[in-house]
Write a protein that binds this ligand. Structure first.
Ligand code: NAP
Length: 278
């Protein structure tokens, strides 16, 4: 079997998915190729018609994660609850959608010794990534998810009718209601990301406790948020592990291959870090 896989998005130029997936295939001795494909919104139906016949699977990034859903034959329950699919398997012309972002963040936290089960989770942002994280936190038994966001309607939509969710204005981030309250703190906004030109202005919300912090941004490797965590002795990591684990779970969906995910993640992290340092 020679796997035919791709990632689609608009834009797609900076994606790390081909590097990660091809490294994984090579490491496992599998034959095939994973490419990147620029698909504009108006081109999505045509791409999907061709994919059904010619591909074994594909990943999806912005802006198609929700738009693809009506075209699929089946969507797994977690992806459905997120309203977003990032992985599609094609088997015998049938397309099934999954979302591996949630398992990506869960595994990344697990490598730090953190677990959603029984945790108080402070979630910054209420966009697509925040939704996947929030759903996974609930599925994994989080005690409470406190969503800090600028747009209360987006926060309310993310919380749904789950009584374990609270929505607070982003401007109310503080030591009292975040740093000293949370066991796990996740940044799912682009603040601090290279090229965005926006960052947190004040980091006092980190004070008062020692939550596990994951900034899901991974460019730069060390955001100001992570620097501020290190100053305070707070355990923290960037979003690279989330990215890598979501790719590992996607590859497992595509191929059914069984391998040690943590060993593979360590290998892939080396590959990606070497590439990013170039
Ligand atoms: P998105 O859907 O656009 O959501 C971004 C969220 O951040 C929105 O809630 C937005 O608020 C909020 N936000 C933006 N600027 C803000 C500011 N200045 N102050 C407060 N809140 C602000 O984006 P996404 O797809 O969720 O991605 C978010 C970040 O996560 C990006 O940096 C992305 O690269 C990263 N990411 C990483 C991984 C990984 O595997 N590591 C996976 C997915 C995403 P409004 O709704 O008010 O605009």
């Amino acid at each position: 079997m020679s796997w035919k896989l791709t990632v689609i998005g608009d834009p797609i130029g900076h994606t790390l998915s081909p590097l990660i997936q091809n490294s994984m295939m090579q490491k496992l001795g599998a034959a095939g190729k994973y490419t990147a494909c620029h698909v504009r919104p108006e081109e999505l139906p045509d791409f999907l018609r061709k994919a059904r016949e010619k591909l074994d699977g594909f990943n999806i990034t912005i802006p198609h994660k929700s738009a693809v859903i009506p075209f699929l034959d089946a969507v797994d329950p977690y992806a459905e609850s997120c309203g977003a699919v990032n992985t599609v398997c094609v088997q015998n012309g049938k397309m099934t959608g999954y979302n591996t972002d949630g398992d990506g963040i869960r595994a990344a936290l697990g490598r730090m010794g953190a677990d959603f089960q029984g945790s108080r989770v402070a979630l910054l942002g209420a966009g697509g990534a925040a939704r996947s994280i929030c759903r996974k936190a609930f599925d994994c038994g989080a005690e409470m998810v406190r969503i800090f966001c600028r747009n209360p309607e987006k926060g309310a939509a993310l919380a749904g009718d789950d009584t374990r969710a609270e929505v607070l204005p982003f401007a109310e981030l503080s030591a009292e209601n975040c740093g000293s309250w949370a066991n796990i703190l996740l940044n799912a906004t682009p603040l601090g990301m290279s090229g965005i030109g926006q960052d947190f202005g004040d980091f006092s919300f980190l004070d008062g406790g020692k939550p596990f912090v994951c900034d899901i941004v991974y460019k730069p490797a060390e955001t100001t948020l992570l620097k501020e965590c290190r100053k305070r002795g707070i355990p923290c990591k960037n979003g690279l592990d989330m990215l890598i684990y979501q790719a590992i779970y996607a590859y497992r969906h595509f191929t059914g291959a069984e391998f040690d995910a943590d060993e593979m993640a360590d290998y892939l992290r080396e590959q990606v870090e070497a590439y990013l340092q170039k």
